[in-house]
Unconditional design. Sequence first.
Length: 132
Amino acid sequence: MGESSQSLEGAEFQVTDRWIRSRERHAQDGGVIMVLTYITSEKHAAGLLIDARDSAMLADRAKSEFLANMTHELRTPLKAVIGFAEVLRDELYGPLGSAEYQDFVADIYDSGRHLLAVIDDILDLSKIEVAA
């Protein structure tokens, strides 16, 4: 005989590659009736569900790690772009010249801030998923 375990419905035994559940019933005449049920397909299905759950958890963890790393990789250069746009917008090193340049710089700055907000939202969502 192979593995065995107790369940609410009786004892479960693995014999070679098959699982069997045994239950006893008491007959009216005082005898005992032994009921054997093949449960190999149930055990196989339970194993598949456990494997699927484990795979899903691993994939979810990988996705969260990817998002955390990706947001860091995107935020670092994006903050530099926003910082340079602020320097140009505020004309810290002198006037830009054409008014069109001011519009371009404003668009760069606003787009950078918007993209940073989206990245922060994605990072917040991944943190919520990890905590759940």
